[in-house]
Write a protein that binds this ligand. Structure first.
Ligand SMILES: C[S@@+](CC[C@H](N)C(=O)[O-])C[C@H]1O[C@@H](n2cnc3c(N)ncnc32)[C@H](O)[C@@H]1O
Length: 300
């Protein structure tokens, strides 16, 4: 059952507000800072300040939520190049999240242009201005992603921001991530806060190359991904600007934690997806993750 929108604002350490989802049993952002997370985990790693030098930048915001990632992206781009035209597509299953954020005035400290954009997106699901064409598609991202692909939209930056894999495995599966990757431009960058081995494996199996983004607030890093191709300038960017996977991170990908979530028809329930993975882990010849943890003195 989708939460009808009784979201109560909760303050985070940087003074911005987030919500708690009863349905998923998780906050929408880390308690270190909702606003900070959007800038440091998504807008900065996808190099929007550099991409802003282009005339047009395409953004795909997977799990739009309250709209922080979109707002941070627009502010980052327009502070560098006010004339950059942004084409944005947001995917979100629950329209009342963004509506509640507006009703609770969570963006009142932002410049009025961003407030207007987020308000229109929340209540009419589209915005057209002289420098923005934005659509918020409401529904299960597993279905919506096909529409995005069929439209030929190729993103310069993708923000992949579902709830955590144990709570929302359906948006971290091999099959879903493969579809998301197909919406990434050959020079584009995909950012996520997750460093889960199963997520990283799915990105790699989808054909992307990955690196770590610096930890923000929490102790674990995030992940940045790009297409692996000779022409792709992101490849040098990834190794120069981001952290190559450390030895423990590389070895993590050889443990049972790296068995990816699967959802062959993109329609299974979280329980089925988790059970399928648990069975696959039990039958796996990969090293138990507990051995890896012990070897590298990594706490749970
Ligand atoms: C961690 S929050 C995202 C926070 C958001 N990026 C922001 O900046 O505020 C995860 C979001 O995923 C949405 N969601 C959960 N399942 C989904 C699905 N199957 N398809 C699309 N969105 C989904 C939730 O409603 C929630 O808004």
């Amino acid at each position: 059952m989708i939460n009808p929108g009784n979201f109560v604002p909760q303050i985070t350490a940087d003074g911005s507000f987030t919500f708690f989802s009863q349905e998923f049993g998780e906050h929408f952002h880390s308690h270190y800072g909702a606003r900070q997370e959007s800038f440091l985990k998504f807008a900065a790693p996808t190099q929007l300040s550099l991409k802003a030098k282009k005339q047009v930048v395409n953004l795909l915001d997977v799990c739009y939520g309250l709209g922080y990632n979109t707002a941070a992206a627009l502010e980052t781009i327009w502070s560098v190049n006010p004339n950059c035209h942004v084409e944005l597509i947001g995917l979100e299953i629950n329209a009342s999240v963004a509506e509640s954020a507006i009703k609770h005035h969570l963006f009142d400290t932002w410049n009025s242009e961003y407030q207007d954009i987020l308000q229109q997106l929340a209540f009419t699901q589209q915005v057209q201005t002289n420098r923005l064409t934005a659509k918020l598609l409401i529904g299960d991202a597993r279905n919506l992603i096909e529409r995005v692909q069929n439209s030929g939209f190729l993103a310069d930056a993708i923000f992949l921001d579902p709830f955590s894999p144990p709570q929302c495995p359906q948006l971290w599966t091999l099959e879903f991530i493969r579809q998301v990757a197909l919406c990434l431009h050959s020079d584009g960058l995909l950012a996520t806060y997750s460093c889960a081995a199963a997520v990283r494996t799915a990105l790699i199996v989808a054909g992307l190359t990955i690196a770590s983004t610096p930890p923000v607030g929490r102790r674990t890093p995030g992940t940045i991904a790009a297409w692996e191709s000779k022409q792709n300038t992101n490849l040098c960017n990834l190794s120069n600007l981001f952290l190559p996977l450390s030895q423990p991170e590389q070895e993590h990908l050889l443990t049972r934690a790296a068995v990816p979530y699967r959802d062959p028809q993109l329609k299974d329930s979280p329980e089925i997806i988790i059970n399928r993975r648990t069975q696959e882990q039990k039958a796996s010849c990969l090293e138990p993750t507990s051995h890896w943890r012990k070897r590298w003195l990594i706490k749970n």
